[in-house]
Write a new protein. Structure first.
Length: 459
């Protein structure tokens, strides 16, 4: 029987902190207590370290065909980079083409995920609507353990859904006890502005940001909120980037609407001056929504602190500058949207959130692990350190300087939107499914060891 004992660490959960030993047996936490008197195959002394529940990133796009390219990290490299950063479970998006069967797309994603090194689940994107889609949503919930569906309110003429389709999805979610998640940006406004800038000669990456104003995010967040309100169903805003959608979230919740919010490190830590970088380097930051002007991030931090935003994911969707982002050198509309972040998320939130006193250590655990597990139906198997839970534990060293760089990261992409940023502390040892998978800066992962996580919501 495989056994591991972690001694003298300080367990941090979303609620508590206490010094304790943790005994792991066959991939599960078997005992927690002071001075545990058990023998184990391996003993790790974690004195001076925090023990955090393994991070959960509920927003990834591995091996995703998008805008004529395929995202650069596949399930193997993406989940491995996650492990190096203390993220031990992910939920990735299945994105069917318009008119494609959801279940057929799901089979494609199942095959892509075969080499995942860490546990994974799926959300299903709904890019069109029909009776068939409604039936397949039911199969996703009842037979496949996929109770969360994403609507893209942007990307006109590609995967965007219109109001009628969104409303139908929300109605279906009411019948199924499912959760509708939405990419909130008004695709019509964006399309019009893109056309205007381009015909006026605006080709560079900065026009990506200029054509996607924050009010377009606020508008669609508000639209979704009112639809959810009229049907009495919950809704989840993915990758929130600005004060307008934050205001909609906060006011909607105050009116009793069941809303959840997610943001990402890039929206908390960067501002739109990144698009001024010369030599097309601004293309690295082309993502949707775009990085916002200074000031928006403070609204997002405030909403995390007050519990209005419950999740920090990454929207990990990297494209190489060379050979991929380059496709849009002459036309910003052709730059594949997305960037990497799964390896950096915890370090960035610890350095710029916890150490700069914007959030507490418990809040870090809440937004990166516990809340995602609870909202998406994985708790208490995931998201906490408790007897019976999966032994996904990050032994976190509170000190130790680092610098993020594409030269050294595990992401399989030639650029980093956090290039040069200093970090403090980080994962010393990462244990996933009871096995040490990262130690001394080195990965020891097994392609295919990741298990599928079927999920059911508590509705
Ligand atoms: O730019 C982004 N966010 N790319 C991934 C697709 C999405 O909208 O989440
Ligand atoms: Zn999106
Ligand atoms: Zn995304």
């Amino acid at each position: 029987m495989s056994t591991l004992l972690i001694k003298n660490g300080e367990i941090i959960t979303a609620m508590d902190r206490c010094r304790s030993d943790v005994y792991i047996q066959e991939g599960r936490i078997a005992a927690i207590g002071t001075d545990l008197d058990v023998s184990a195959e391996r003993v790790i002394d974690a004195a001076g370290h925090y023990l955090l529940p393994g991070g959960i990133d509920v927003h990834t796009h591995f091996d995703m065909p998008f805008m004529g390219e395929v995202s650069a990290d596949d399930f193997e490299s993406g989940t491995a980079a996650g492990i190096a950063g203390g993220t031990t479970s992910i939920i990735d998006y299945v994105v069917p083409a318009k008119e494609q069967s959801l279940l057929e797309a799901l089979e494609t994603w199942k095959a892509k995920a075969k080499n995942a090194v860490a546990d994974y689940g799926f959300h299903m994107a709904v890019t069109w609507y029909s009776d068939q889609v409604a039936r397949e949503m039911q199969v996703c919930v009842e037979e496949e353990g996929i109770p969360s569906f994403k609507a893209f309110l942007a990307y006109k003429d590609a995967i965007m859904v219109n109001d009628e389709e969104l409303f139908s999805m929300l109605k279906a979610s009411r019948e199924l006890g499912a959760l509708i998640m939405a990419h909130c940006e008004n695709g019509e406004i964006i399309s019009e502005l893109q056309e205007k800038f381009f015909t006026e000669g605006g080709t560079e990456p900065v026009y990506h940001a200029l054509s996607r104003p924050s009010y377009a995010e606020g508008e669609s967040a508000f639209r979704l909120t009112q639809m959810a309100r009229s049907l009495g169903v919950p809704a989840y805003f993915v990758h929130m980037s600005c004060r307008e959608s934050t205001k909609v979230l906060v006011e909607g919740r105050a009116e009793g609407i069941d809303l959840y919010g997610e943001t990402c490190p890039q929206y908390l830590l960067l501002d739109d001056t990144v698009y001024e970088q010369p030599d097309f380097r601004g293309a690295a930051y082309v993502m949707s929504p775009p990085i916002r002007p200074k000031g928006h991030a403070e609204a997002l931090w405030g909403a995390i602190r007050s519990g209005q935003i419950q999740v920090v994911g990454t929207d990990h969707c990297p494209f190489n500058l060379k050979g991929q982002k380059e496709m849009g050198r002459e036309d910003f509309r052709k730059i594949p949207n997305g960037a990497a972040g799964i390896e950096d998320r915890l370090k960035l939130l610890y350095t710029y959130g916890v150490l700069q006193k914007r959030i507490t250590l418990q809040q870090l655990v809440a937004v990166t692990s516990t809340n995602p597990a609870q909202i998406f139906g994985m708790y208490p198997r995931k998201g906490t350190i408790a007897i019976g839970s999966d032994a996904d534990i990050v032994i976190w060293q509170p000190k130790g300087e680092g610098t993020i760089s594409a030269e050294t990261h595990f992401h399989k992409v030639d650029t980093s939107i956090f290039e040069g940023m200093k970090t403090e502390g980080g994962p010393a040892v990462v244990i996933a499914a009871g096995r040490v998978q990262f130690e001394n800066g080195k990965l020891d992962v097994e392609p295919g060891a990741g298990r599928y996580l079927p999920r059911w919501l508590n509705t």
